[in-house]
Write a protein that binds this ligand. Structure first.
Ligand code: HEM
Length: 199
């Protein structure tokens, strides 16, 4: 079990199903609409879109952990504090995103017209859910591939999030990169001032 590559299979299946859904959204017959729901019926759409946007930011916060977790031995006390904060926030934000998207998705699946976004959204949710399951298993099952699959699915999810959510996902990804840059700058300055003091 420790080295079994079989753990890749569910991740590959979910990723392929996700791409099939995106393919269907772009090229398939996906505009049939839901009976009984008029095109103008927008209801509480804005509220449920906002839940989706909050989920996008939660996943970005969770993804930011990727570079922060390597800084446990940082020379900067601030970065060390961030490591502790992100250690907990990473999981919390991930689970929060799953709950928020379940509510967001359920609304658009049952209360709105079926459109392209519906299929790309299902693909995103399937990836989010499965990467969450792999993440949950990392500390519970001994298999060296789980962490890598969790990371790969998170990266594929980021691409699908851009396809589905557009601008808000792009801004969230750019903000994550800027955040990583700031952490790097803080560390560099602390390391330089320590060197100067020692010289
Ligand atoms: C079962 C899963 C999902 C379904 C059925 C679904 C459905 C939809 C639909 C139909 C829209 C378009 C609303 C409109 O413009 O009229 C939408 C928007 C949105 N979704 Fe999802 N979605 C799902 C999962 C996700 C996931 C995983 C994310 C996070 C990446 C997400 C984030 C968003 C955001 C931020 C918007 C608003 C985009 C904008 O303001 O233009 N959704 N969703």
């Amino acid at each position: 079990m420790k080295h079994s590559r079989g753990v890749f299979v569910p991740a590959v299946v979910v990723a392929m199903a996700g791409f099939a859904l995106i393919f269907h959204a772009w090229f398939g017959v996906s505009r049939q609409g839901l009976p009984g729901i008029k095109p103008g019926d927008r209801g509480n759409e804005e509220l449920f879109k906002t839940l989706g946007t909050i989920a996008v930011w939660s996943t970005a916060l969770s993804y930011a952990w990727l570079r922060v977790k390597r800084k446990r031995k940082s020379p900067s006390p601030l970065v060390k504090k961030l490591v502790k904060l992100f250690d907990k926030a990473h999981r919390l934000a991930g689970y929060a995103a799953i709950v928020l998207i379940a509510v967001h998705g359920l609304y658009f699946l049952t209360q709105a017209r079926i459109k392209d976004d519906t299929y790309t959204g299902i693909a995103g949710f399937a990836l989010l859910l499965s990467l969450g399951v792999y993440g949950f298993l990392i500390r519970r099952v001994k298999n060296k591939h789980l962490r890598k699959i969790h990371f790969l699915l998170a990266t594929v999810f980021a691409v699908v999030a851009v396809i589905h959510a557009g601008g808000s996902a792009i801004i969230a990804i750019l903000s994550t990169i800027v955040f990583w840059g700031l952490v790097w700058l803080i560390e560099r300055r602390v390391a330089q001032s320590t060197e100067n003091r020692a010289a």
